[in-house]
Each structure stands twice: as C-alpha cells, then as structure tokens.
Design a protein. Structure first.
Length: 195
C-alpha cells in the first residue's frame, strides 16, 4: 500500500514538475520544487526520520532534474524530429550520443541519423545521471541505476498516447509514468537496498 501511495504521489508531482496546468495557462506555483520536497519526505518516512537525510535527499533530487535538461531527447524519441545542432540540454550526454557512429566498408552511419534511437539513448543516459545523483543521497547503488529505464518509460508514454492522445505525443503520459516509477523505485530501494 505504501508503494502504491508513493508511486501515485510521485506520478502526480513529476507531472506538476513538468508543467501541469491548473487553470488555462497557469502552472502550479513553484512547480519544480514539489517533487523534490515530497521525495525527501518520503525517503525520510521510509528510512526512519532524520532531518539531515530528508534535506540532503530533497536537495539532491532537485539538483538531479534541474542541473540538466532532456527536452531535445524526448522530442526526438516521441516525434522523430532530428536533433538540433545547437542545444543546451546536457553536455555530458550530448558528447556521447552526438559522436556515436559506425563505419562499415567506408560508409559511416551516425546515431543522429536515427532520431528516435538517438532520443532514446540520450534520455536513457540522462535518466542515469538523474538517478545517480539521487542514489548518492540515498546511499543506494540500485537507485543510482534505476534511471536507465527513463528512455524506455518515455517511449512507453508515446505508445500509450496512441490509445489516448495527450496532445503532446505522449510526453505528458510519460511524465506520469516516470514519476510513478521513480517513487516505486524509492520504495523498493529504501525498503530493501539501503544500509
């Protein structure tokens, strides 16, 4: 029951973080903060309350998703649009995905020639950075690695969009799914994988 509650709260707050509108064009006030605050509190409630742990986890969570962007990867993954040459999402990931290529018999194929694959890999690596930062605060190697599912979960949001259109190619569905996934991983990692 705790896992379900945490997953539902985190799904909602991850969507709030992504810009859920409460009235026409009005976002929730301080929409980027609520997920991090709730995540720190949830971790504290699961592990045993310790203010240092709660505060460090909340700050690490906020930094994990505010330090770098990932919008370009989602756009390519869900819409198949070619990556822009000039972007500022995440240099750490861009240095990898922009330089991946295969040369076979003098013919070179770049990963960026396949935008959906480029977006999936970029989002997967960006998810690793996100969960790695949070996992450091949690002292949990499994949590550090759980972000590797980000590309696949956002892809699933795009697939679900074929059933019920969210008006944004599945981006909004993906935010609901990924937030719930992060909360479920928190529950599992604190319950079973933290010293």
């Amino acid at each position: 029951m705790k896992a379900l509650m945490i997953s539902l709260v985190d799904a909602f707050l991850w969507r709030v973080r992504g810009g859920l509108r409460i009235y026409k064009d009005k976002k929730f006030p301080l929409n980027k903060l609520w997920f991090a605050i709730a995540f720190g509190i949830e971790a504290g409630l699961l592990k045993g309350w310790n203010w240092n742990f709660v505060i460090v986890t909340a700050i690490a969570t906020l930094v994990s998703y505010q330090a770098y962007g990932w919008g370009e990867y989602i756009g390519c993954l869900l819409c198949g649009s070619k990556p822009y040459l000039e972007r500022s999402d995440c240099d750490l990931v861009d240095d990898i995905v922009d330089n991946l290529k295969i040369t076979f018999h003098g013919h070179t194929v770049k990963l960026s020639d396949y935008p959906k694959l480029w977006g999936w890999l970029g989002l997967t690596l960006r998810g690793l950075i996100l969960s790695f930062i949070i996992g450091l605060a949690l002292n949990s190697i499994p949590y550090m690695l759980c972000g590797l599912a980000m590309g696949t979960i956002y892809w699933l949001g795009g697939q679900f969009n074929r059933l019920i259109d969210d008006g944004k190619s599945g981006w909004r569905w993906a935010e609901w799914f990924f937030g719930g996934y992060l909360g479920f991983c928190l529950y599992l990692c604190v319950k079973y994988f933290i010293m």
